[in-house]
Design a protein around this ligand. Structure first.
Ligand code: NAD
Length: 490
């Protein structure tokens, strides 16, 4: 079992009271590591270190090129350790090694993208009254608290750490208590490449303790949170203490709209990929399939036929296509939703049970699950289940597809499948969501802004917007004729 520490002010430290959290492998419940559980005092130490580093200017006053060089070094070291990191991610989160390989590659791309972006010209000059000249510059926010969930432990962290550091902020990063392992490895790299002390700090601990503290602290200028809508609401409230900037990447219940004229096999394939990738523990999961009436029955038959054959098991097994649920608590919550769906009168067309055969009883595994005969006011259609569970609904025409698609409090993602390009475009433009696809699902790139409408969040990660999110904007007005204003007569 590994013994890991937190990284505060350039040093690896235990928690002040030696309390710890045990980290397990959800595929077999084996203990992977014991990590410190930060107290409020530990978290304050990290915040103080970040504040001091920011005020000293050891990072914010470096040139963009110098900061970019550090980010490129992190990307290079991640590349060297790519395979090892992906294996660790699969072991800690339960996802398949192939899924974890993509996460590490995307993390490397993200550091490289922001290293490039920060050195590109930015800012504006604004037409002003002569002899004034007005220019607009971007500056770092200051000290930023970063909080992420357990479903993409490294990638969700990097999506915040890379732009926050690129912009010149100092950071306190808190991964989810269930999945700290790849974050610890990333901070080993940060230590190795010699980032000035206090610039990047890692606190390991409970959301209700250190997470809450990052949100409410008076010494932090911004909190960037990825997680559930419920906790996002609490973070927003806590952040009001000093009117700190808040950016929120929250939950989803995303529609996947399949028209009669879609390429049938492609649509079925992406419907499966949309929900069962990551065992459905993906914020953008296509958890609501909407199918046009002409192909509805045929589509369900094919979906069931294919979903039945998905190979579920430990993520490190090369033959496995869908890994474990990350915790027993999450598995129980998914199983509760299956019961709720049955009670609401939906038809359980496939799955619905925990898998316990052939060695799977040691971990948290769940059958791919499909509900049909559902309607919009059912909880299983409205609430984020965050597991391998889909509902399938029927629609008649474009207008009804759009109405059903938008009929939840969420607005994170959505997709349309149709071979009529104009129709697909018409419909996707009416879907109230920030991340959308036509004839594909889940594709993304560090350069495209990521985030949700409605209760799926505030602000955007990734892309140029993702950098601006971590920047203040300042106007500088310069007088080109230095003489008195002459407003007062004496
Ligand atoms: P969660 O909200 O329970 O926890 C997220 C993080 O917040 C964890 O680090 C946790 O320790 C911390 N936290 C808990 N209570 C806190 C508090 N009071 N104050 C501050 N921090 C606190 O979410 P989860 O179960 O870890 O992750 C699943 C959720 O994340 C899903 O809703 C999913 O849709 C969402 N998610 C969204 C995106 C996106 O980009 N929109 C990406 C990934 C996951």
């Amino acid at each position: 079992m590994m013994n890991s520490k937190m990284y505060i002010n350039g040093k690896w430290v235990e928690s002040e009271n030696d309390h710890s959290i045990e980290v397990i492998n959800p595929a077999n419940k084996e203990k992977i590591a014991k990590v410190p559980r930060a107290t409020r005092k530990d978290t304050q130490r990290a915040i103080d270190a970040a504040r001091e580093a920011f005020e000293e200017g050891v990072w914010s006053e470096l040139s963009a090129h110098e900061r970019a060089e550090f980010l490129m070094k992190i990307a290079d070291k991640l590349t060297e350790k790519k395979d090892e990191l992906a294996a660790l991610e699969a072991m800690n989160n339960g996802k398949t090694k192939m899924e974890a390989d993509f996460d590490v590659s995307d993390s490397i791309d993200c550091f490289r993208y922001y290293a490039g972006l920060i050195t590109a010209p930015d800012g504006q000059t604004v037409p002003s009254h002569e002899p004034m000249q007005s220019i607009v510059v971007q500056e770092p926010m200051g000290v930023v608290g970063l909080i992420v969930p357990w479903n993409f432990p490294l990638l969700m962290g990097v999506w915040k750490i890379a732009p926050a550091l690129a912009a010149g902020n100092t950071i306190v990063f808190k991964p989810a208590e269930l999945t700290p392992m790849t974050a610890i490895e990333l901070f080993k790299i940060i230590d190795e490449i010699g980032l000035p002390k206090g610039v990047a700090n890692l606190v390991l601990g409970k959301g209700s303790e250190s997470g809450q503290m990052l949100a409410e602290s008076q010494d932090i200028d911004m909190v960037s949170f990825t997680g559930s809508t419920e906790i996002g609401r609490q973070v927003m409230k806590a952040a009001s203490s000093n009117i700190k900037k808040v950016s929120l990447e929250l939950g989803g219940k995303s529609p996947n709209i399949i028209f009669d004229d879609a390429d049938f096999e492609t649509a079925v394939d992406y419907a499966l990929f949309g929900i069962f990738y990551g065992a459905g523990q993906v914020c953008t999961a296509g958890s609501r399939i909407l199918v046009q009436e002409g192909i509805y029955n045929q589509f369900i038959d094919r979906l069931i036929e294919r979903a039945k054959h998905i190979r579920v098991g430990p993520g490190m097994d090369k033959n496995v296509e869908m890994g474990a649920i990350t915790s027993s608590k999450q598995l129980d919550s998914i199983l509760d939703y299956v019961e709720i769906g049955k009670k609401e009168g939906a038809t359980l067309a496939l799955g619905g049970k925990r898998l316990t055969e052939d060695g799977l009883e040691k971990g948290f595994f769940m059958e791919p699950t499909i509900f049909t005969d559902v309607h919009s006011d059912m909880r299983i259609v409205q609430e984020e289940i965050f597991g391998p569970v889909i509902t399938v609904q029927k629609f008649k025409n474009e207008a009804e597809a759009v109405k059903l698609a938008n009929d939840t409090d969420y607005g994170l993602a959505g997709a349309v499948f149709s071979q009529d390009g104009a129709k697909a475009m018409r419909v996707i433009k009416k879907v109230r969501a920030g991340i959308t696809w036509i004839n594909t699902y889940h594709s993304n790139h560090a350069g495209a802004p990521w985030g949700g409408y409605k209760q799926s969040g505030i602000g955007r990660g990734l892309g140029t917007q993702g950098l601006h999110e971590f920047q203040e904007v300042k106007q500088i007005n310069v007088n080109l004729a230095v003489e008195p204003v002459g407003w007062f007569s004496n």
